[in-house]
Design a protein around this ligand. Structure first.
Ligand SMILES: NC(=O)c1ccc[n+]([C@@H]2O[C@H](COP(=O)([O-])OP(=O)(O)OC[C@H]3O[C@@H](n4cnc5c(N)ncnc54)[C@H](OP(=O)(O)O)[C@@H]3O)[C@@H](O)[C@H]2O)c1
Length: 240
């Protein structure tokens, strides 16, 4: 049974994998969640990081996941909600309806049920509050119309940050980290990448480490709650 673990959801690749690895290197007990068993998950397992598999695609599966977490871990230092689906909204309404359901479940339902289900097990260090950290997106304040379903469900997660900060105080801090262009995806064409870089004050793709540094700063700071840290190289100021 793990104690005082940090749960990182969506740790099977990219930012989630980096967060799990860096928190482990920092000395935290990490529980890395994944949906697909990837070489990155194998690498985490090989260095002794505990893992747990689940699809967060419907309420039943999420509720089962909460029960499985309680069996694997007696207390949590932090919950980091990183799992996410990122796709442009389909022109086909039937497909858009499926996307809405999928994005709602992973961006809003899963964080809510996991936070609510595990809140009694969250314990901070040295009399300080424990942490819930939602990985959102700078799109929540200045949305991109082509990604409106993705953006609106991330905005719901942003609002949940504020609601749960009130609800869980003073024992748990609830904050968001809102990345901008940190790691491009296949959804970004060469032209879109260039436009994003042109709109980013610090003029580069930031990488996963700045996201980790924002997460770590929240874990280290006992007096921040209900806040959102943009990790976007300034893009929110100039994004069209
Ligand atoms: N990359 C960026 O520049 C950027 C910008 C803004 C915000 N963000 C935010 O930062 C976070 C990490 O970004 P990323 O680019 O590393 O994300 P990513 O490459 O899309 O990875 C997302 C992870 O979430 C998992 N996931 C998706 N749907 C799931 C479901 N229904 N059930 C369980 N797991 C599921 C995926 O598992 P599978 O491997 O099984 O698909 C994957 O491991 C996300 O919250 C994203 O919104 C990133």
């Amino acid at each position: 049974m793990l104690e005082n673990a940090i749960l990182v959801t969506g740790a099977g690749r990219r930012i989630g994998h980096h967060l799990a690895l860096r928190l482990h290197q920092e000395g935290y007990t990490v529980l890395a969640h994944y949906r697909t068993h990837t070489t990155e998950i194998q690498a985490l397992q090989d260095i002794g990081i505990a893992t747990i598999q689940a699809s967060l695609s419907d309420s039943q599966a999420i509720l089962l996941f909460v029960e499985a977490l309680k069996k694997q871990c007696s207390s949590f230092r932090a919950l980091i909600h990183n799992a996410s689906s990122f796709e442009a909204t389909s022109e086909d309404l039937t497909v858009a309806a499926q996307q809405y359901e999928q994005f709602f479940n992973v961006h809003m339902m899963a964080p809510f049920l996991i936070n609510q289900g595990l809140s009694a097990l969250l314990v901070g260090e040295d009399d300080n509050p424990a942490d819930i950290i939602h990985i959102t997106d700078i799109n929540v304040e200045n949305p991109t119309p082509r990604f409106d379903i993705y953006g609106t469900t991330k905005a719901g997660l942003h609002n949940m940050t504020l609601a749960l900060a009130k609800k869980f105080a003073p024992l748990i801090k609830v904050n968001a980290v809102a990345p901008g262009p940190v790691l491009f995806t296949e959804q970004h064409s060469v032209a879109v990448r260039q436009q994003m870089l042109d709109e980013t004050l610090l003029a580069k793709e930031g990488g996963a480490e700045p996201v980790y540094l924002a997460v770590k700063s929240l874990l280290d700071n006992p007096f921040i709650t209900g806040a959102s840290i943009p990790v976007d190289g300034g893009r929110r100021l100039s994004k069209r």
